[in-house]
Write a protein that binds this ligand. Sequence first.
Ligand code: ATR
Length: 270
Amino acid sequence: MTDRYAVFGNPIGHSRSPTIHAAFAEQTGEAMRYAAIEAPKADFAGAWRRFVAEGGSGANVTVPFKEAAFELADTLTARARLAGAVNTLSVDADGATHGDTTDGVGLVRDLAFHAAPLDGARVLLLGAGGASRGVIEPLLAANVTSLTIANRTVAKARALAELFAECGEIDGCGFEDVTGPFDVVINATSASLAGDLPPLPDDLFLDGGVAYDMMYAAEPTVFLRWAGDRGARTLDGLGMLIEQAAASFALWRGVTPETRALREQLRRAL
Ligand code: ATR
């Protein structure tokens, strides 16, 4: 029996998830198929139920359905509850829908892959939307010394800091109040999509500091170019995409794939 999985999004045409999971299945010898499904924006739940009725075993969920998947899940992991979003669905033995999120662990593992330590680091997280919220708890759990959330709308940064106050050393502010330097600066805003750069001080990075953009493209984002000019080591979000997929795959199949070869293959194809 070939088990069926899919990624749900809208739009979904450019998703790399089918390529990634096909490569993982081949590498690990798991018998599975993985498709891309464009669900109607107003009816993610209907699309998921149809997929399950047709024998689907699990799915990844991407923009704009991560919150809808959170609402729909019958059971949730603690980390999905904290993230307020779900990127991985599984069908339990009793047919119930289980929701988890691997985005945060994907980021943490990608930083580890690149030998960018979080343990003891001063970390700045730019943005206070869903992408930011999804990585806060895993960053704090990685033993950072402090986590500062900076956002254009200051109230949203403060609200997130309050929400996670029990998880570790965290505060929220506006871009103009950012006081560096930091070991790691992560851009979780969607500003890169528009080619925008949050207004940030020039002395943002410690020696050997890392700039990470959750976005990725063939060319470095405007944030990574800016950071590189200020001496930072720059990393984009392609590795996070691959690592979150590997973590989802492990949840479904019980085996964690190796990611190095795929990283090189996807980078060349960008
Ligand atoms: P996502 O799920 O990608 O996080 P989102 O929830 O819409 O999407 O959040 C987008 C984030 O990018 C927000 O933090 C937003 O700032 P505001 O909360 O002030 O809206 C940030 N953002 C988007 N465009 C930006 C820009 N041009 N400059 C700075 N921040 C921007």
